[in-house]
Design a protein around this ligand. Structure first.
Ligand code: PLP
Length: 380
């Protein structure tokens, strides 16, 4: 990618951190199978276990509680696959979860917990639903991928536990951006994805604080304590571990730096279009995320114009880009469909610079002018 472009789509995926690249290149030369007992096997095992330790530290967990998977999606699916016959007979998920949670894993049905207009899960609705049936597995994300709104997970954990239920937390977007300690959160299960924190795509982890018996998605060998069979992807795991270590080391300084850039971006957005709405603006949000909308604007067109101006942004979640329907997140927040269809997500990360923000704001003046003129022309 040339330096003339500004990559502002970090919530879709983060560029590989140099530490992750170096760890992966080194791991590619480890020839052994981590399950082999000879020196070559032990070397590969050492790489996997060092990475496990770093991933565990990022979320304050014990290394033995980390199960490596091939994605955040797979970790979510595994979390929602408790062994049959266990006490968790139903699944409650918030209405703003990622599709990999909303699809319900191995549960036959999914009950949705409402969300407030500000973008938080509705704790009163969660309380009522917990009281209305047998123990549940509850799944709530720590931060939403579209709005960045940070969810009241600690309170949700307390409510779930008081009702004899368990809490799974999808921390894919939050990890490495805000503190994310599995014990402080009270989460029983927690999902991570390597590529959102500067590791490679295709590496994820499920962290289990509670000895909940899961029904593995992949069976065969006894890898990952029998919870995920198949020879480990040693290089990807090494990259994930290195990215986790780097994210942990930079967290406080980076989140302050990125928040200042994001605040500047939002001030510039508003200065050029007074009617602009920043979704979740009144809530606590990830420091790197802005989701904005403007009546009369079409997100798909805006994204193409931004792209032509050298700026990569997206409309809500990457996985739902290309679909014309408004995002399920904004729908759950009660945003009018036309306004929801205008939503553009800008997300920043460790290599975002002031120049990137300037490039974005320069492009925004052209994009907003062109789009609003067009919609006024159509209304005339
Ligand atoms: N959960 C959330 C909140 C996400 O944003 C994503 C990816 O966009 C995932 C899960 C899935 O992670 P992966 O891309 O590793 O499958």
């Amino acid at each position: 990618m040339t330096t003339e472009r500004a990559y502002l789509d970090w919530n879709a995926t983060a560029p590989l951190r140099p530490q992750a690249r170096a760890a992966m290149v080194e791991a590619l030369d480890a020839i052994g199978n981590p399950s082999s007992v000879h020196a070559e096997g032990r070397e590969a095992r050492g790489i996997v276990e060092a990475a496990r330790e770093r991933v565990a530290v990022l979320v304050g967990a014990e290394p033995r509680h980390v199960v490596f998977t091939a994605s955040g999606t797979e970790a979510n699916m595994l979390a929602l696959s408790p062994k049959t016959g266990g006490p968790w007979q139903r699944l409650l998920v918030s209405a703003i979860e990622h599709p990999s949670v909303r699809s319900g894993g191995r549960f036959a049905a999914v009950e949705e917990v409402a969300v407030t207009a500000a973008g938080f899960i509705d704790l009163a609705d969660l309380t009522d639903r917990l009281a209305a049936g047998p123990p549940a597995l509850v799944s709530i994300m720590l931060a939403n991928n579209e709005t960045g709104v940070v969810q009241p997970v600690t309170e949700a954990a307390r409510l779930a536990h008081e009702a004899g239920s368990l809490l799974h937390v999808d921390a894919v977007q939050a990890a490495g951006r805000i503190p994310c300690d599995i014990n402080a959160l009270g989460a029983d299960l927690l999902t991570l994805s390597g590529h959102k924190i500067g590791g490679p795509k295709g590496a994820g982890a499920l962290v289990k604080r509670t000895p909940l018996q899961l029904d593995p998605l992949v069976t065969g060998g006894g890898q990952e304590r029998g919870e995920r069979a198949g020879t480990e992807n040693v290089a990807a795991i090494a990259g994930f571990g290195a990215a986790a270590g780097a994210a942990e080391a930079d967290l406080a300084a980076e989140s302050a730096r990125v928040r200042a850039l994001r605040d500047r971006l939002e001030a510039g957005l508003r200065a050029a279009a007074r009617d602009l709405i920043i979704f979740g603006a009144d809530a606590e949000r990830l420091p790197n995320t802005t989701l904005f909308g403007l009546d009369g604007m079409k997100a798909e067109t805006a994204i193409i114009l931004f792209d032509l101006a050298g700026v990569a942004v997206s409309s809500g979640a990457a996985c739902s880009s290309g679909k014309v329907q408004p995002s399920h997140v904004l729908r759950a927040m009660g945003v009018a469909p036309a306004l929801a269809r205008s939503a553009v997500r800008v997300s920043l990360g460790p290599t975002t610079t002031e120049d990137d923000i300037e490039r974005f704001l320069t492009a925004w003046i052209t994009v907003s002018g062109a789009l609003l003129e067009k919609s006024r022309g159509m209304a005339a």
